[in-house]
Design a protein around this ligand. Structure first.
Ligand code: 9NY
Ligand code: FAD
Length: 728
C-alpha cells in the first residue's frame, strides 16, 4: 500500500460523518455490503487476467479478442457463484449490473446482451414451455444470445420494421426474410462474432395478413462449429465512439426457416393452422424494453459515482493558482466554481439511486398486476420508465463530461477513465429508445392525464397535477426544498396545460392533430422533462426524510445538504420556467443563489468522504486520477510508460529519463519499498519485482507491444521514410 497523499488524508480526517455508515446505507444494509464485497473479491481474484496491455493500444480485432477473454473469465465467475448459490435471479441485477458497470469489463462486453436482453425477453415474452426449454441453456451459457430489433432503416419506429416472418402452415414453420438492405438488423450487441442465438423482432404474416411485430428466437450459428447457418448473413458493424468491446452486429435473412414454436408466445400466438390469437394488449411485447430502461437507470448510478469519485479525489490532490497572493497554491477543490462542477453529481448519484430503487419497486408491482391480468398501470410504468431513462442518461452524460472537464488536461487522458466512461453513458442516450422519442412518449401520457384531470382518479406519479392546478397551490413563493418542489410541480403541470392549449388552438385553426403535435413537440419534450425532475426530486427528498429517522445526526445533516443542493441547483437551472409560472421574485432568486453557494461551502469538507462512500475500489475505477491513495502524477507517468510507442528506440530519451530517476532514488529505494511488503503478484510491475530483474522485465514487456511484432513498424517504410525523402 502506498502512502496516502497528504491532502487526501486531511480531507478524510475532517469528514464529519462515518463513511462506513453511508456505505451501508447506499448498499441497503450491512448484509448487502458484505455480499457486494464478496462478489468484488471473487471478480478481482482473477485480476491478472484482466490487466493486460491498455486497451487503447490494441487493434480492433485484438480488442474484441481481449473482450471475449475477459468476459468469459468474468461470466464464468458469475456462473460459479450461481452454482454455489451466491447469485439467483433475485440479485442478478446487482451482479450483472455491477460487472458491466465495473472496470473488469470497462468498455462493455460481447456477452452483455445475453444477460440484459436475451434472457429477459424470453422471460417476458416466452410461454412456460418456451421458458423451460430455453432459459436453463441460456442461464448456464450453453447458448449465447443477442436481441435483434433495430434495422439499418428503422430503430425508433419499430412498427416500421421490414424483416418478415411468414407462417407456412404446411411445414409448421416461419420463414424469416430481409427483403431490402434497410431490413438488415443493425446494432445487436454480441451478434457480430459471438452469439449463436438471437431474439429477432419481425413483422408477422399468417394467412396472408400482417399482424405487426412479434419476437422469435432464432439460431444463427452452428452450436459446434460456430459457422453462420445457411440463409443467415451476419457480421460486425465496425468501430464506434465507445462500447467497442460489445461486438455489435448486423444480420440478414434469406428465406430462413424456423419451427412455429420459436415464436415467443406468452402474449400472442400462432396456432398450427396459422390462426392468429391476439395479445391482451398490443404493447405487452415491448416488456423487455421497459425492463432494460429500468436497469439503465441503475447503470447510470454506477457510472456517475465512478466519474465523480475520480474528479473529486483529483480535485483534492491537484493544486493550482493562489486564492490569495503569497499563499501556497490551493487545492482546486477550494474553488467554488469547481465545487459547482462536482457536487451536483454527487447529489445526482444519490437522487438517481433512490429513484431507481423506487422505479424497480413500481416495475415489479406492475408486472405482478400484469400477471394477474390487470393492465391498468402499464401506461404509467411506460411513461415513468421512458422519462427516467431519458433524463438520467442525459444528466449522467452531462455530469461525466463536466467531471472530465473539471480534471483539466489530465481528464482528457484515456488513463483517467473519464473518456471511456463518457463513451459508455452517451450511448445510453440513444440505445433502448432515443431520449427525445422517449420524452415524447411520456408527454403523450401527460397530455392524456391532463385532459382527463376532472374525470379520472390520477395514478400516483401524476397525482400532483390536480393539486398543482388548484389556484392557491403556489400563490406565494418559499425558499425551502418543499417550496421548490411545489414550484416545479406547477411548472410541469402548466407546461403540459400550455401544450394542450397550443395544440387545441392549432387544431381549431385547421391543422391536423399530428401536425399540431409535431409543431408543439419542443415544448412537449420540455414538459416531460419538467415532470421527470419533479419525480426525481420529490422521491429523493421524501426518502432522505424517511431515512433521517434511522441514521446518525451527522449523516442526516450531510444527506439533507445534498438533497437541498440538488433542488436548488435545478431550481436555478430552470429559473426561466419558475419566473414564468410561479410568483418567485427577484429577491427570492437572489437569496436562492446565496443559499446554493452556502450549501456548496457546507458540503466542501465532506466532499472526499462522500465519494469514498461510493466505495469503488481502485481496480474498478481504473483511473490514474481517482485512486484512493491520490498518487495522481506517479500513475500518470507509469501509464504513459505503457504506451507501446515508448518501447520503440526513437524515444530512448524517455527511457533514459526514467532510468535517471531510478538512479536518483537508488540509495534508499530498496529498503523503503521493501518495507511496503507488497508481493510481486500484487505489484505486477516490470520495475518493482522482488528479484530486481528490471531491465529484463522491461524488455520482455516491451516485446509484448503489438508494434514490436515487426522489427521496424511498417508505417516507417510506407509513410515516414518517403516523407523524409521528400517523396510523399
Ligand atoms: C431465468 C433467467 C432470467 C434472467 C434474467 C436476467 C436479468 C439480468 C439483468 C441484468 C441487468 C444488468 C444491468 C446492466 C445495466 C444495463 C447496461 C446496458 C448496457 C448496454 C446495453 C445496450 C442495450 C441496447 C439494446 C437496444 O437498444 S434494443 C432496441 C431498443 N429499441 C427501442 O427502444 C425502440 C424505441 N421505440 C419504441 O419503443 C417504440 O417504437 C415507441 C417509440 C414507444 C413507439 O411505439 P409504437 O408502437 O409506434 O407506439 P405509439 O403509436 O407511439 O403508441 C401507442 C401506444 O402504445 C403505448 N406504448 C408504447 N410503448 C409502450 C410500452 N413499452 N409499454 C406500454 N405501452 C407502450 C403508448 O404510450 C401509446 O399509448 P396510448 O397513448 O395509445 O394510450
Ligand atoms: C451502443 C448501442 C447499442 C445498441 N444495441 C442494440 C441492440 O442490442 N439491439 C437492438 O435492436 N438495437 C440496439 N441499438 C439500437 C438502438 O436501440 C437505436 O439506435 C435507438 O433505438 C434509436 O433509434 P435510431 O438509431 O433509429 O435513431 P432515429 O430514430 O433515426 O433517431 C435519429 C433522430 O431522429 C429523431 N426522431 C426519430 N423519431 C422521432 C419522432 N417520432 N419524433 C421526434 N424525433 C424523432 C430522434 O430524436 C433523433 O434525433 C443500439 C444502439 C447503440 C447506439
Amino acid at each position: 500500500m502506498h502512502k496516502i497523499n497528504e491532502d487526501l488524508q486531511k480531507e478524510r480526517d475532517k469528514c464529519s460523518f462515518n463513511i462506513q455508515d453511508l456505505i451501508t446505507l447506499i448498499d441497503g444494509g450491512p448484509e448487502k455490503t458484505r455480499e457486494r464485497k464478496d462478489r468484488e473479491n471473487v471478480m478481482l481474484s482473477k485480476r491478472e487476467v484482466f490487466d493486460g496491455v491498455p486497451e487503447e493500444y490494441l487493434s480492433h480485432k485484438e480488442r474484441y479478442e481481449n473482450a471475449i477473454r475477459n468476459s468469459v473469465v468474468a461470466f464464468s465467475l458469475v456462473r460459479k457463484m450461481q452454482e454455489e448459490g451466491k447469485t439467483s435471479i433475485n440479485n442478478y441485477r446487482d451482479v450483472v449490473g455491477g460487472l458491466l458497470g465495473s472496470s473488469v469489463l470497462r468498455d462493455g462486453s460481447p456477452l452483455g446482451l445475453h444477460y440484459i436482453m436475451f434472457m429477459p425477453a424470453i422471460l417476458n415474452q416466452g410461454n412456460e414451455e418456451q421458458q423451460e426449454k430455453w432459459l436453463p441453456r441460456a442461464w448456464n451459457c450453453s447458448i449465447i444470445g443477442s436481441y435483434a430489433q433495430t434495422e439499418l432503416g428503422h430503430g425508433t419506429f419499430i412498427r416500421g420494421l421490414e424483416t418478415t416472418a411468414t407462417y407456412d402452415a404446411a411445414t409448421k414453420q416461419f420463414v424469416l426474410h430481409s427483403p431490402t438492405l434497410t431490413a438488415y438488423k443493425w446494432w445487436p450487441g454480441g451478434l457480430g462474432q459471438t452469439a449463436n442465438y438471437c431474439i429477432v423482432v419481425a413483422q408477422l404474416y399468417t394467412k396472408g395478413q400482417c399482424h405487426g411485430i412479434h419476437s422469435f428466437i432464432i439460431q444463427v450459428r452452428d452450436e459446434e462449429t460456430h459457422m453462420p447457418l445457411p440463409g443467415i448473413k451476419i457480421g460486425e458493424i465496425g468501430a464506434k465512439l465507445g462500447l467497442n468491446a460489445v461486438n455489435n452486429g448486423f444480420l440478414g435473412f434469406d428465406n430462413f426457416r424456423i419451427p412455429r414454436t420459436n415464436m415467443l408466445m406468452k402474449h400472442a400466438q400462432v396456432l398450427e393452422d396459422g390462426t392468429y390469437v391476439k395479445s391482451r394488449h398490443s404493447k405487452l411485447n415491448y416488456g423487455a424494453m421497459v425492463f432494460v430502461r429500468v436497469v439503465i437507470v441503475f447503470d447510470m448510478v454506477n457510472y456517475l459515482s465512478k466519474a465523480v469519485t475520480i474528479a473529486t479525489r483529483f480535485s483534492a490532490v491537484r493544486r493550482q493558482c493562489q486564492l490569495k497572493a503569497g499563499e501556497t497554491e490551493c487545492q482546486i477543490l477550494d474553488y467554488v466554481t469547481q465545487q459547482h462542477k462536482l457536487f451536483v453529481s454527487i447529489a445526482a448519484a444519490h437522487a438517481f439511486r433512490i429513484t431507481a430503487n423506487n422505479l424497480w419497486l413500481t416495475f415489479n408491482e406492475v408486472n405482478e398486476q400484469l400477471s394477474e391480468g390487470n393492465l391498468q398501470r402499464l401506461p404509467e410504468l411506460h411513461a415513468l420508465a421512458c422519462c427516467l431513462k431519458a433524463v438520467t442518461t442525459a444528466d449522467t452524460a452531462a455530469c461525466v463530461e463536466r467531471c472530465r472537464l473539471a480534471c483539466g488536461g489530465h481528464g482528457y487522458m484515456m488513463s483517467s477513465s473519464l473518456p471511456l466512461t463518457y463513451g459508455l453513458v452517451t450511448a445510453a442516450c440513444t440505445y433502448e429508445g432515443e431520449n427525445t422519442v422517449l420524452l415524447l412518449q411520456t408527454a403523450r401520457f401527460l397530455v392524456k392525464t391532463y385532459q382527463q384531470l376532472d374525470s379520472k382518479a390520477l395514478t400516483p406519479t401524476v397525482a400532483y397535477f390536480k393539486s398543482a392546478a388548484a389556484e392557491k397551490f403556489c400563490d406565494s413563493w418559499t425558499n425551502t426544498t418543499e417550496g421548490i418542489i411545489r414550484g416545479l410541480q406547477v411548472v410541469a403541470m402548466r407546461k403540459i396545460a400550455h401544450c394542450v392549449i397550443v395544440m387545441t388552438n392549432r387544431v381549431s385553426k385547421g391543422m391536423t392533430f399530428e401536425d399540431a403535435w409535431n409543431m408543439t413537440s419542443v415544448q412537449l419534450v420540455a414538459a416531460a422533462e419538467a415532470h421527470c425532475r419533479v419525480i426525481i426530486m420529490s422521491t429523493f427528498l421524501e426518502e432522505v426524510k424517511e431515512m433521517s429517522r434511522t441514521i446518525s445526526p451527522k449523516l442526516k445533516e450531510v444527506l439533507h445538504q445534498l438533497a437541498e443542493l440538488y433542488c436548488i441547483y435545478w431550481a436555478l437551472e430552470k429559473l426561466s420556467d419558475l419566473l414564468l409560472y410561479t410568483p418567485i421574485s427577484q429577491k427570492e432568486v437572489e437569496s436562492l443563489r446565496l443559499w446554493y453557494e452556502e450549501t456548496l461551502t457546507k458540503l466542501r469538507p465532506n466532499a472526499v468522504g462522500l465519494v469514498d462512500a461510493f466505495d469503488l475500489r481502485d481496480e474498478m475505477l481504473q483511473s490514474t486520477l481517482g485512486s484512493y491513495d491520490g498518487r495522481v502524477y506517479e500513475r500518470l507517468m507509469e501509464e504513459a510508460m505503457k504506451s507501446p510507442l515508448n518501447a520503440e528506440p526513437e524515444v530512448e530519451s524517455l527511457r533514459l529519463w526514467y532510468e535517471e530517476t531510478l538512479t536518483k532514488l537508488r540509495p534508499n529505494a530498496v529498503g523503503l519499498v521493501d518495507a511496503f511488503d507488497l508481493r510481486d503478484e500484487m505489484l505486477q510491475s516490470t520495475l518493482g519485482s522482488y528479484d530486481g530483474r528490471v531491465y529484463e522485465r522491461l524488455m520482455e514487456e516491451a516485446m509484448k507491444s503489438p508494434l514490436n511484432a515487426e522489427p521496424v513498424n511498417h508505417t516507417f517504410h510506407k509513410y515516414l521514410k518517403p516523407f523524409m525523402q521528400g517523396k510523399l
